[in-house]
Design a protein around this ligand. Structure first.
Ligand code: TYD
Ligand code: MG
Length: 461
């Protein structure tokens, strides 16, 4: 008979050791080791299992169209891909205080208005705290049940008895199952509870939304497997000190990812922002100062106009500083390198600061040209035309590369009253769009000469 071997495997990264360890030396996760036994006599049941699911032809498989329930909040629906899919498990993650409990209580209220039953498991707050929030949000619903409970077995019992349309678990870090010794919030508790919730959702065909906290480093607390387990992961972002919030889907088995929904936090909870570009341009000054441009970025399938500001000044430090907020610092460094090599703009003795106004993150390369022009206008102390928007990726040889969703971006700029838009010639736009002049550029130098005017109106910098 084969010898029985036992090893301990980190459930976070897969690191293996012969004995139990409290902390994984590879990934630093705590209490993540689980014993795995291999070898020994094979279980006879493994051989006797009935084969109910034989391989079948793709063409023979019947499609079950998923049943979606709209949440009553269209920005939330958009991020979910058109509503909550029946029997799915959704994870909403975000910093403490960002508004996770608020949006889910509002969603519960909307669903109840449409005759659905909702069970809200509050593992962090008391029933009266939830009631207080519901009063503030104006949520009145007879078929909304609040259950302050942290024990998973009791939660399971009530879900099975009540069979609601939607269950909300606030939060996954605060519940525990009695089958595991460790305390609530530990890696193994989170994993086990999430796994059990997943099978509960699938076997009973109930939609479950769980709230997850984000660690200081910005990761969803708990093992990465949490993200793998659930059907949909939605990140709730925003600046706690500002009023708007962004819901972003980062994984969705039933829809598009990187779709965003935008909200504003007010005295009566979260309000949908129907025209987000207006929100981001609210403080945009029409009588501008040098170093500011407007770009059209694309979040998922939605175009957004945002302002980029740059500040360039002589450095008092031996090594100049490059600080970027809302854009990737390495992208700014690359743009500076291209500007130096291709148009001879030497900033090695200058500090450079780049800021995306409104606090959203613009990660796509289509923002390159807007960043470059903000830097150039600041260096040359000229004002960029306040009615011109910019899109374009900058290649290493100074060429302007094509971007996606160009028609949507142009239309959005036109809708918001921009008179001109600078786009990559590589996008090959033939059609004219009423009310907006389309300027196609091939190289960075062409973008500069065709867009930056001095106060005296000369078309150069
Ligand atoms: P909350 O939903 O409790 O955050 P989370 O569950 O993500 O920790 O929201 C907390 C913050 O939102 C808190 O700082 C107060 C603020 N808030 C408002 O500004 N208006 C409101 O109507 C509500 C309910 C909360
Ligand atoms: Mg909360």
């Amino acid at each position: 008979m084969a010898k029985v071997k036992s090893k301990y495997v980190c459930q976070n990264c897969g690191y293996e050791t012969a004995g139990y360890l409290g902390k994984c030396p590879e990934c630093g996760a705590w209490a993540s080791f689980v014993e795995e036994v291999s070898g020994g006599k094979l279980s006879e049941t493994a051989v006797l299992l009935p084969d109910t699911n034989p391989p079948m032809k793709l063409s023979d498989i019947e499609m079950n169209t998923e049943i979606r329930t709209t949440t009553g909040i269209s920005e939330f629906d958009r991020v979910l891909g058109g509503g909550i899919v029946k029997g799915s498990l959704v994870l909403i993650a975000g910093d403490p205080g960002i508004g996770k409990s608020t949006i889910l209580l509002q969603t519960s209220g909307e669903l109840c208005k449409n005759g659905k039953n909702v069970l809200y498991i509050s593992a962090e707050e008391s029933a009266s705290q939830i009631k207080l929030r519901a009063e503030r949000l104006g949520v009145k619903a007879d078929n909304l049940y609040i259950y302050p409970q942290t024990n998973f077995e009791l939660i399971k019992k009530h879900i099975e008895e009540m069979h609601p349309d939607l269950v909300i678990v606030d939060s996954i870090q605060a519940i525990y199952t009695s089958t595991i010794q460790s305390s609530a919030g530990s890696v193994s508790q989170i994993r086990e509870c999430c796994n059990s919730l997943m099978s509960l959702a699938k076997t009973n065909n109930i939609s479950i939304i769980v709230i997850g906290h984000v660690t200081k480093e910005g990761n969803i607390a708990g093992p990465k497997v949490l993200e793998h387990m659930v059907d949909t992961v939605i990140q709730f972002e925003g600046d706690k000190y500002k009023t708007y919030r962004i819901l972003r889907s980062i994984k969705n088995r039933f829809g598009n990812t990187s779709e965003v929904g935008i909200f504003e936090m007010g005295g009566k909870g979260l309000r949908e922002v129907v025209n987000p570009s207006e929100l981001f341009l609210k403080e945009y000054n029409q009588t501008q100062t040098p170093g500011s441009t407007i770009i059209v970025t694309s979040e998922g399938t939605r175009p957004l106009l945002v302002e980029i500001q740059a500040l360039v000044g002589t450095t008092p430090y031996p090594a100049p500083r490059r600080i970027a907020n809302g854009v990737d610092t390495s992208r700014v460094l690359q743009i500076l390198a291209v500007l130096e090599k291709r148009i001879g703009l030497n900033l090695s003795k200058q500090d450079v600061y780049v800021n995306v106004i409104g606090g959203i993150d613009v990660s796509e390369p289509a923002a390159d040209l807007g960043i470059a022009l903000a830097i150039i206008t600041c260096v040359r102390d000229v004002v960029f035309d306040s009615h011109t928007a910019i899109v374009g990726e900058i290649g290493l040889s100074g060429e302007i590369r094509a971007v996606n969703h160009i028609e949507k971006r142009i239309n959005e700029a036109q809708k918001l009253g921009f008179k001109r838009i600078i786009i990559p010639a590589a996008n090959d736009i033939q059609d004219k769009i009423d009310g907006i002049e389309i300027v196609c550029v091939r190289r960075i130098i062409e973008a500069i000469t065709r867009s930056v005017k001095k106060d005296n109106g000369r078309e150069d910098i």
